[in-house]
Ligand binder design. Structure first.
Ligand SMILES: [Zn+2]
Ligand SMILES: [Zn+2]
Length: 223
């Protein structure tokens, strides 16, 4: 396959721009969170624990969202579907034909699409404030969007023959998606273990037959 044709210049431009804006807002967002953290009247152990729990929950939510998007891209639509066809469906379909192709993708091709779809939410929560979207919620969404940003990179690492040693260490601890664990998804009938951030939700969702049930519901509704 011709790599240039698979990743046209217009897509590179959009995704490189999205990645730049994503990093810009992430920096501004982190800075504003640190400022509002320092301005708090009291900083307690309870707040630390709350932030740790929110970070964990954000990472788990990202794993679920990664599974849901992957499931939809594998099972519905086609590469010509407006917007999502080029951004997600093509790459997930290509991934099943040639699982190693992702390891040849550049940093921008790997991570640009996730930055692009995260921008509206990231920008909204950067500017949002008030009793409903308070400090801890804004912290939660920052970790959530950072986890979404890391998802395709983690997925790419799980397919590399020789990922960096710190990555291997994180994979062995199952902090991020381990290659053998992800291999279950690449084994026929290719209908489970869709989550690709940490993969922590794969076993529970699989035992609940969650994606098989969701497919039945969506097929019944839309076909
Ligand atoms: Zn897949
Ligand atoms: Zn894969």
């Amino acid at each position: 396959m011709n790599e240039q044709k698979a990743y046209p210049a217009w897509q590179f431009t959009i995704e490189a721009t999205a990645l730049t804006i994503f990093f810009g807002y992430t920096a501004l967002y982190s800075y504003s969170l640190v400022n509002s953290y320092n301005a708090r009247a009291e900083i307690s152990t309870a707040l630390y624990l709350q932030l740790i729990l929110y970070a964990l929950f954000a990472y788990i939510t990202a794993d679920f969202v990664s599974g849901l998007v992957h499931f939809l891209a594998d099972n519905f639509g086609n590469p010509e579907t407006p917007v999502f066809g080029k951004l997600f469906i093509y790459s997930f379909r290509e991934h099943h034909v040639d699982p190693k192709a992702i390891t040849r993708h550049s940093f921008i091709e790997t991570n640009g699409a996730n930055c692009l779809v995260s921008l509206p939410g990231l920008i909204y929560f950067y500017y949002a404030s008030g009793p409903v979207v308070d400090y801890t919620f804004r912290f939660y969404f920052l970790i959530f969007y950072l986890s979404i940003f890391m998802t395709n990179q983690i997925h790419k690492w799980s397919h590399m023959d020789f990922p960096p040693s710190f990555v291997v260490w994180l994979q062995r601890l199952h902090v991020i998606l381990p290659p053998r664990h992800h291999g279950v998804h690449h084994t026929p009938p290719f209908d489970k273990y869709y989550c690709i951030t940490s993969g922590w939700l794969n076993a529970p969702l699989s035992s609940l037959h969650f994606f098989q049930a969701l497919k039945k519901v969506l097929t019944w509704n839309f076909h």
